[in-house]
Design a protein around this ligand. Sequence first.
Ligand SMILES: Nc1ncnc2c1ncn2[C@@H]1O[C@H](COP(=O)(O)OP(=O)(O)O)[C@@H](O)[C@H]1O
Ligand SMILES: [Mg+2]
Length: 303
Amino acid sequence: MSTTPSRPGTRVGVVVTDSYPAEDLDHDTAPLVAALRARGVEAHATVWHDASVDWSTYDLLVLRSPWDYPERLPEFLAWLDHAGSVTQVLNPPALVRWNLDKRYLTQLAALGVDVVPTTYRTSLDDVRADLAGTAPGAHVVLKPAVSAGARDTGLFHADDARALALAARILDGGGVVMVQPEVPELSQGREKALYVIDGRLTHAIAKGALLAPGGGLIGGVYAEHPEQVDVTDAEAAFAQRVVAAVTEATGLGVPLYARIDTVDSAAHGLVLLEAELFEPALNLHVVPEAAGVVAAAVHARLD
Ligand SMILES: Nc1ncnc2c1ncn2[C@@H]1O[C@H](COP(=O)(O)OP(=O)(O)O)[C@@H](O)[C@H]1O
Ligand SMILES: [Mg+2]
């Protein structure tokens, strides 16, 4: 990995939003900016929808936490196209577009990656049929194919009328409904995020349970409780396989960063929940030494 100083004036923008000033959950930008500066790179946070920014003045933009993108998707995609046309954006806009809609999971499954069993529904009748076909007493999770931060994501008894109501809301908004069996280990907080920075596994985080039965979030707000956890050899190999499958499916090279969200479940084995390729919380405040690895990977992408 490059340790040569950047040429003078090299500017890196770390792309964030300012839409949540009262509850900024981005704990990564400050350590990443500091780690880049420690390498001699001029780096600062920059808001993706700030119309006063001249994006061509950056040598590289690192997508970090543009977490309001689902609420303003057309605007975000237009920005992404523009930014990608005037400078290098990582992960690349084409990979971001691929990653926006969780139907990419079907492509990864076709390449042999085990994923949480999922149907993708565009009609309420199909959702109704899925729910009716669920074992008595079983729980299901419904969520939109385009989402983040557990937006419009609900855990329900299959016969709970609120499940169909959520599906109807997603469909009315033009979305696709993902229907999954509840994976109890997820509800017990055993989701593991495996971080692969430039192809190298750096750290793993368990973020705690999020969904309250009957719809909505535990405690009513989105609150992760990140804890660093160990990685088994099987999980490490799985993360590498997922990244290889992403690279194969997209033909877009090794991602600068990837967060591979997995769960080791009794019913399904070790499975993929999502491969987050453009706005993952990296939890650098929990694992500070990873900041230097990310900064080095960014540095290496500067020419
Ligand atoms: N099938 C499932 N069973 C139990 N919990 C789930 C399931 N799918 C998602 N969840 C919970 O909902 C959260 C958000 O879902 P996820 O698929 O990761 O979407 P996103 O993070 O993009 O909003 C997960 O972190 C997990 O806590
Ligand atoms: Mg997630």
